[in-house]
Design a protein around this ligand. Structure first.
Ligand SMILES: [Zn+2]
Length: 440
């Protein structure tokens, strides 16, 4: 690992290309745009009203059948893995992938067209350090398909992959460190391959209208059918590595680790990405400041009460410890045995009700929203809570650190926040909250 800090990168300018979409066989134009620090990769549907964006995050994963689909609400983008692999491996951390359809142009079935666009746009350093996930302990993932993925500690990002077709035909192995130069030369040109048995029914159902021998290699028995001869004798395993890179890009952090993959597929790749993202959330949660800076950067109880209308016994935030940028903040609450809910929850066995923790999350998120809106004429109403999990009991004497991160603000009316509560370095509860604003 180099000792100089690595910086985040975006594109030097916008660039794009047009082609055919795989599933619908329609013409689609893709354009990559630069994006600010900490933006990550977002897809933008230019063909839909309000041009909604979808974060390329594992939380937004919707489907792993044949290709990787992400979505938010009812909006979807399909087959995102090749463009994500190209952006990630070529060193782009922040970008907008704008498209006028629900999937990128398939090109020749490899990541080559996206690499070409990235090189035309150029890659530019930004003034913020890159975020890395350092693998500390091995993790593994096994799927019913026979896929096995192991993630081991490593100072670089490496992939060792074994691919095997039906009856172990076309068994291939390759191991490499993933750097922009190696990716461009060894991985990006490797095309999608499919087994004839698998595509026959899809072709019959007209589900891959854009599919042809120009953008996929078709394997039928021992025969390899494609318009252009194989680009590498082991092109299949190279494409498997390409898909792993694209699917793991959904973690959002760059990985220092060694992926050992046997017969990988999108499902198993996505499960590993999910496990890494979950571990990252846990690490973020326990890196809470343990001393409370007075005043500076945060809000004391008085300031909290100037913003929140809540009062005893329903004020669930003692103070705001600090803000991180415009979208994150941490609040705290000391849970005393004098809390009124302990009288009945439960007599002789005081445990803080989970719903009160959700209320605490909602109050901290409201403060964040208030600060963002910079107005007191509107009040945020808590609309819904998703993915709520209670992981550990909270007892009298515990201090809860309440984390809130704004993940989406749609127009001026709706906002979404990802929240979790931490006690003694462990996540005790979490949830995704939705708010709407109304004038007071
Ligand atoms: Zn692929």
């Amino acid at each position: 690992m180099s000792s100089t800090p690595e910086f985040q990168h975006t594109l030097g300018k916008a660039a794009g290309f047009s082609g055919t979409s795989l599933h619908k066989g329609e013409k689609v134009t893709l354009k990559l745009h630069p994006a600010p620090v900490d933006h990550g990769i977002k897809f933008k549907r230019k063909d839909l009203q309000d041009e909604p964006t979808i974060d390329a995050k594992i939380d937004n994963l919707k489907m792993v059948e044949r290709a990787t689909t992400i979505g938010e609400g009812s909006v979807r983008v399909h087959t995102v893995e090749h463009v994500l692999a190209a952006l990630f491996a070529m060193g782009v951390d922040n970008a907008i992938v704008e498209m006028d359809a629900n999937e990128p142009p398939i090109g020749d079935g490899s990541a080559q067209p996206y690499v070409d666009v990235i090189k035309r746009a150029g890659v530019a350093a930004q003034e913020a350090p890159r975020k890395f996930f350092d693998v500390r302990e091995s993790m593994h993932m096994e799927a019913k398909t026979g896929a096995l993925l192991v993630l081991l500690p490593d100072k670089t990002f490496r992939i060792s992959c074994t691919q095997a077709g039906p009856n172990n035909r076309f068994t291939q192995f390759l191991s490499m460190e993933v750097t922009p130069a190696i990716f461009e030369r060894e991985i990006a040109p490797a095309r999608t391959f499919v087994y004839y048995e698998d595509v026959q029914s899809l072709m019959d159902k007209n589900l891959i209208k854009g599919g042809s021998l120009e953008n996929a290699i078709v394997v039928r028995g021992d025969a390899v059918l494609s318009k252009e001869p194989l680009r590498f004798t082991d092109e299949f395993v190279r494409h498997k590595i390409l898909d792993i890179i694209g699917d793991l890009a959904l973690v959002g952090h760059r990985i220092h680790g060694h992926v050992v993959a046997v017969k990988p597929g999108h499902g198993a790749n996505a499960e590993l990405a999910r496990a890494v993202a979950r571990e990252q959330t846990r690490r973020d949660a326990i890196s809470v400041p343990r001393t409370l800076p007075p005043g500076e950067g945060g809000f004391d109880t008085d300031e909290v009460m100037q913003i929140l209308p809540h009062r005893y016994p329903f004020l669930m935030v003692d103070r705001i410890v600090g803000f991180e940028g415009e979208t994150k903040c941490i609040g705290m609450k000391t849970v005393s045995i004098n809390e009124p809910f302990f009288q009945g929850h439960f007599p002789g066995h005081p445990v803080m009700p989970g719903v009160m923790q959700v209320e605490a999350m909602a109050q901290v998120a409201s403060i964040l929203l208030f600060k963002l809106a910079k107005t007191s004429s509107r009040v945020g109403y808590f609309m819904s809570a998703d993915e709520v999990k209670f992981r550990k009991p909270v007892f009298p004497g515990d201090t809860i650190f309440i984390h809130a991160e704004l993940t989406k603000a749609r127009g001026n009316r709706l906002a979404k926040a990802k929240c979790h509560c931490v006690v003694n370095d462990a996540v005790v509860s979490e949830g995704e909250l939705m708010f709407t604003f109304l004038d007071k």
